[in-house]
Design a protein around this ligand. Sequence first.
Ligand code: GLY
Length: 376
Amino acid sequence: MSTDWSRIADKIIRKEKKVAARSRGKIPYTAAGHVFDDKSDKKDICWWTNGFYGGMMWQLYHATGNELFRECAEKLEVKMDAAFMDYNGMDHDAGFRWLPTAVANYRLSGSKESKNRGLLAAASLAGRFNLKGNFIRAWNDWGDDRDTTGWAIIDCMMNLPLLYWASDVLKDPRFKDIAVAHADTAMEWFIREDGSVRHIVGFDPVTGEFDREYGGQGYGEGSSWTRGQTWALYGFTLSFIHTGDEHYLETAMQVADRFCSRIPEDGLIPVDFDQPAEPHYIDSTAAAIASCGLLTLEKELKEKDLSKAAAYRAAAEKMLSVLDEKDCDYDPEHDELLTRCSASYHDKDHEFPIIYGDYYYIEAIWKLTDKELFIW
Ligand code: GLY
């Protein structure tokens, strides 16, 4: 029996109206006892996921016109201004923070303040570019013995659209040139021959030469952290959309083919495709992000390669219907939507609600029901 995506969209809207009414002013990351936490405090305001609830609110506002969603999104965007005052907190995830918030607002309303926030974020991201190595530095140092000066991570592919947007708005190629240089470096050093993807690559920050790979949030060096695979799949697709460069499309397809070949029979995505059989940790965020990437690829390939387009759609539909049946909490009295998300393989906790799982699940369902606001 085929899944009724419109019915799922209706269930999400019904639930999220109730959740938004009791979450005004919050910046959620996870939920405990079915109640969202709040990352609004000064110490948490730079947390990399702080834009996702804002993005959910804009997607819901775009689909319904309900002012409650706009109010929640606007409150969150203003609160995040405090992050601009914390240099150390301003890492490469400027795209994750301000594309689904300020830039989404600007796209819908033309707000001058939102445009200003988006451009400040883009300038901060561009300032992280390492000229010798042609990569964007991921994180600032954490105050321990790890030196992250030369580290780039695959997740950054999803931050590049902030630079493409800034070049468009300013009619200034500098931002796009940095995005392209980073994407080319990622294509060379992160994508393995079999289409699997590294999480962290370290370069010599002075000479720019490749140093080594790190296991990062996956099982270990050489493994395939599933969310990292999805950042590459969706990220290279977006670089193709923003530049028209077919190399990025080919790379996205290479990663997509490898990902699709490893989707387990039951459709539930593990934290790492190479993790041991036990313990078997699931990460539903990877299923949701991969679905968004595959559905975007499907759209791009409709004119070029019908059978690939159909295969990518089928893989996305399989993962999304499994999420709907086995992993979604549609109870309007519970704040979270997806329940089995995992941040990192070696963390103590696994399979709990994480806000970007909810965001990408909604984005994927919106793609299937023609409700999407283009965020990236
Ligand atoms: N960007 C970090 C993550 O995917 O967990």
